[in-house]
Design a protein around this ligand. Structure first.
Ligand code: FPP
Length: 234
């Protein structure tokens, strides 16, 4: 499967249940999930994916117990510190998407450093959504747009301004692990015509083979964007 030019987005769900099923604390599920992030990023880049957006922490995830939130934020920091040189060497540009005003300063500094050091990457654009809410981003962009005559293209640019990580770009394929079938406030604008692919596998058990299966199925789908297939249009 050649995934050249595609924007793939992933809701990485099921870390907690994966850990609980093994008698482990939930944070161990997130740690296993971070290892899957690394292998998935490499697999996606090898397959030619142009943009990969991963949902790591939603704005609603602040409602989780402080201990879990703290463990996740610490994990993001460790991941960025450990991976930024590897990402740079692989030509992968990293951006964090979402609000930045509630992120602890130490993590923010790590984010900015990783973004700076990988900014020249052209192989793949990896976007990690942290403190992200699609609905909040839409409200913020609408505020900027008010009064002006706004096209879809201009609105996508405004979304990029409010949520960082570049102008909003249509998602081609949205993958969700962990068995749930919902979007959970992720990339609502960008997923207007996304193909959706779900697996019951928990995120720590996701792998390159499953990514290829998702992309193979994507390639067999008939994407019409509201139009008719060629044969029916004549
Ligand atoms: C959802 O699983 C997952 C999260 C809220 C966190 C996602 C974080 C990672 C995959 C860890 C590392 C990420 C990076 C970028 C280094 P859940 O905890 O809601 O699982 P559950 O539904 O089984 O409880």
């Amino acid at each position: 499967m050649n995934a050249a030019g595609l924007h793939v987005a992933i809701v990485m769900d099921g870390n907690g249940r994966w850990a609980t099923a093994r008698g482990l604390p939930r944070r161990r599920g997130h740690e296993a999930g971070a290892r899957t992030v690394r292998t998935t990023v490499e697999a996606a880049a090898a397959l030619g994916v142009e943009m990969l957006t991963l949902y790591a922490f939603s704005s609603d995830n602040w409602k989780r117990p402080p201990r879990e939130v703290g463990a996740l934020l610490a994990l993001f920091r460790r991941y960025l510190d450990a991976e930024r040189a590897r990402l740079r060497d692989q030509g992968i540009r990293l951006s964090i998407v979402g609000r930045r005003d509630r992120i602890p300063l130490s993590l923010l500094a790590t984010i900015e450093r990783a973004e700076r050091e990988t900014a020249a990457g052209t192989t793949m654009h990896l976007r990690v959504a942290i403190d992200y809410s699609a609905r909040d981003a839409l409200i913020d962009a609408a505020r900027l747009a008010s009064g002006a005559r706004v096209t879809r293209e201009r609105f996508a640019e405004l979304l990029g301004e409010v949520q960082h990580g570049g102008a909003a770009r249509d998602v081609d394929l949205l993958i969700r692990t962990g068995g749930e079938h919902r979007l959970s406030d992720f990339l609502l604008w960008e997923c207007a015509y996304a193909e959706l692919w779900f697996t019951p596998r928990a995120w720590p058990d996701f792998n390159a083979e499953l990514l290829r299966s998702a992309l193979d199925e994507f390639a067999s789908r008939d994407r019409r964007f509201g139009a008719l297939p060629d044969a029916a249009a004549s």
